[in-house]
Design a protein around this ligand. Structure first.
Ligand SMILES: Nc1ncnc2c1ncn2[C@@H]1O[C@H](COP(=O)(O)OP(=O)(O)O)[C@@H](O)[C@H]1O
Ligand SMILES: [Mg+2]
Length: 368
């Protein structure tokens, strides 16, 4: 069998740089080495492309310290023109210009802006290099919480209420505030890993929450809090075009988080520390829901995948409310860390981690 060379891209200029490193560490160690040659490529937080590391121990969280791409590694460039498409070369030092590898397919294990938002996808599209995951439009639509809801809503899928605060607008109108009620969730429009998100339970805290979200994105989303169980579902496209949904998982977020003292029940949510550092989130996989509700979620997850015109994979996150499921968001490059739900949901559905990665790579190659 022909071997395939996979470049695993990670890091990058987004706030989720470190989460991407942890995801990439898991992908690098689970890609089937009997079929794939793996070339890690780390993008520093300032945007320099480097030859990444095979030593995945440097891509782990140690004592609550998140890893970053080592800027001291040799710089590399990926050929993007027709003549040298996919050729990875050294760009500095004695070996400048020397070929390192010829890449067959790119796995952008990157989250957030300049990563999961269609920008990397556009670069790869332009070069004609196959890549894992959704294309330019779906990536952009999934990244932007305003347009995720616009697209899903237009497809008749259940979504929550939102108000968009564009640059220059500092406050909700009285009517908007009355309409959304309390509590509220205030978010950077294009973010992830809960960075910059606040839950607001008192009107006097709203301005500070908007300012906090604006540190990450000039466009801010304000949502009505949805009371429901947090349930996620993985979607995977096979190389023959079949699209399937995994068993869903329900997350249980403990009542208190480490960075809030005194605020009692109802103020915790799935924030950054809860997601990656506190080791407190538990889950049921499959979610403890009646069979018909599980089937409904899986069907909605596939419909959401189609609605944003995705390819390859997505993770669709729901709130299951007393009135039925509401889609919170669609992640086009979900976490792949050892504790991430996407690979775990597929494992529970009978697709182990190396097989999952092979399906993703083969689908990318088939699409090209
Ligand atoms: N409208 C909402 N109602 C209730 N909880 C919410 C709402 N929006 C976000 N949350 C909570 O905040 C978490 C992070 O929000 P999310 O929109 O998923 O952002 P991210 O893209 O950073 O994951 C969710 O997992 C959930 O716990
Ligand atoms: Mg989320």
């Amino acid at each position: 069998m022909n071997r395939t060379t996979v470049a695993v891209l990670y890091g990058g200029r987004s706030t989720e740089h470190s989460v991407s490193c942890v995801s990439a560490g898991a992908v690098i160690s689970h890609l089937d080495r009997s079929r794939y040659d793996v070339i890690p490529v780390g993008i520093t937080s300032t945007g320099t492309w480097t030859l990444g590391t095979d030593d995945v121990s440097t891509l782990q969280i140690v004592d609550r310290e998140m890893p970053v791409v080592d800027a001291g590694r040799p710089q590399v460039a990926l050929g993007l023109s027709t003549e040298d498409r996919g050729v990875l070369r050294y760009v500095d030092g004695d070996r400048a210009g020397e070929e390192i590898a010829r890449i067959d397919v790119v796995f952008p294990v990157m989250h957030g802006t300049f990563a999961e938002d269609g920008t990397i996808q556009g670069l790869l599209e332009l070069s004609g290099l196959p890549y894992v995951g959704p294309g330019v439009f779906a990536s952009a639509a999934g990244m932007d919480k305003e347009f995720t809801k616009v697209v899903l809503g237009a497809a008749g899928l259940p979504i929550g209420q939102q108000v968009v605060l564009r640059p220059g607008t500092e406050k909700l109108t009285k009517a908007e505030q009355d309409d959304l009620g309390m509590p509220l969730f205030v978010k950077p429009a294009r973010g992830g890993s809960s960075i910059g998100i606040s839950k607001v339970s008192r009107p006097e805290d709203l301005d500070a929450a908007i300012a906090e979200a604006r540190r990450f994105d000039p466009k801010v989303i304000v949502e009505a809090a949805i009371i429901g169980r947090e349930v996620e579902c993985g979607v995977l496209e096979y190389s023959d075009g079949r699209v399937e949904a995994s068993l869903p998982a329900e997350l249980h977020i403990p009542g208190e988080t480490t960075d809030r003292e005194g605020e009692s029940e109802g103020d915790s949510f799935y924030d950054f520390n809860t997601k990656y550092l506190d080791d407190v989130t538990t889950f049921d996989l499959p979610a403890k829901l009646p069979e018909n509700e599980i089937e409904q979620l899986r069907e909605l997850a596939v419909r959401a995948f189609r609605a944003i015109d995705a390819t390859g994979l997505t993770r669709v996150d729901f709130f299951v409310t007393a009135d039925g499921p509401v889609i919170n968001e669609v992640n086009t490059m979900p976490g792949f860390t050892p504790i991430s739900m996407y690979p775990q949901m597929w494992a529970a559905t009978g697709v182990d981690y190396p097989t999952l990665l092979s399906v993703l790579v083969q689908t990318a190659l088939a699409r090209a």
